[in-house]
Design a protein around this ligand. Structure first.
Ligand code: SAH
Length: 241
């Protein structure tokens, strides 16, 4: 499913971390592991820590340089434990994941992780379009490399699911003018049932607009809401008669 999303580990020293990375990836539906000059690979510790994700290790691509691992990628994020002096675009995992999900349909994309002891060099960071930093305890900000892969993979998985949910809605999203007509109907009804005083409207309509806009209403949902408004109007009018 995510054949265009690469997780790249640069010069990892502990084979156990490579195995733990494969497991973290497979749990989140990722499969493309690239290893740039791993110190020892393959290794029994990698297989042990992969516990069931050995298939990712078996098909991992071992490269001699970072350039080789990110060749053909339209978007490359460098995961960094420190906020660098380098003035480079910086994203949090959640926004990086949305960009990755949007981009991977057209071309390969990569997230690059550095060495356990020294991270990524500045030259390696220059191969990346942007940095991604996992916000954490500022005085202890360096995660184990496989744990950092887990966080990024999880966010990619969640961003991907969001896409699926949107496609899987049973009716199309309401258009701006349908929503506008709903707001007018809502306001008219609230006045009619004397919940909204047109002389003292306060912030009510603005707040309600914000609430409904947040929900990204579908066409059928707008129809239901407008049906409720019509029923409320009918009741109010009956009482007046
Ligand atoms: N001592 C190194 C830390 C290396 S941790 C340093 O100061 O750079 C190994 C790798 O895990 C890092 O290169 C980075 O890719 C990833 N990583 C660890 N913590 C992270 C964090 N908070 N945000 C993003 N990536 C992180």
């Amino acid at each position: 499913m995510y054949e265009n999303i690469r997780i790249v580990l640069v010069s990892t020293s502990h084979p156990g971390n490579i195995g733990a990375t494969a497991r973290a990836m497979k749990n989140m539906g990722l499969s493309e592991l690239y290893l740039v000059n791993p110190h020892v690979f393959p290794h029994a510790d990698a297989s042990a820590r992969a516990s069931g994700a050995d298939d990712l290790l078996a098909k991992a691509t071992v490269c001699a340089s970072l350039e080789e691992a990110v060749a053909g990628c339209s978007l490359v994020f460098g995961a960094s434990a420190r906020l660098r002096s380098l003035p480079w675009p910086l994203a949090e995992p959640r926004e990086a994941a949305v960009q990755i999900i949007n981009a991977h349909q057209q071309a390969p994309v990569a997230v690059v992780f550095g060495r356990e002891h020294s991270g990524l060099t500045n030259d390696e960071l220059l191969c990346c379009n942007a940095l991604v930093h996992i916000p954490c305890n500022e005085t202890f900000s360096s995660l184990n490399v496989a744990a950092a892969v887990q966080v990024l993979s999880y966010e990619i998985h969640m961003a991907g699911r969001q896409g699926i949910t949107e496609v899987a809605t049973d009716s199309p999203l309401a258009t701006a003018d349908e929503i506008e007509r709903f707001f007018q109907h809502l306001e008219e009804t609230l006045v009619e049932i004397e919940f909204l005083d047109p002389d003292k409207p306060r912030q009510l309509m603005r707040r309600l607009r914000r609430l409904y806009n947040r929900a990204r209403l579908e066409e059928t949902e707008v129809n239901i809401l407008r049906g409720i408004l019509t029923a409320a109007q009918k009741q109010a009018r009956n009482r007046l008669q």
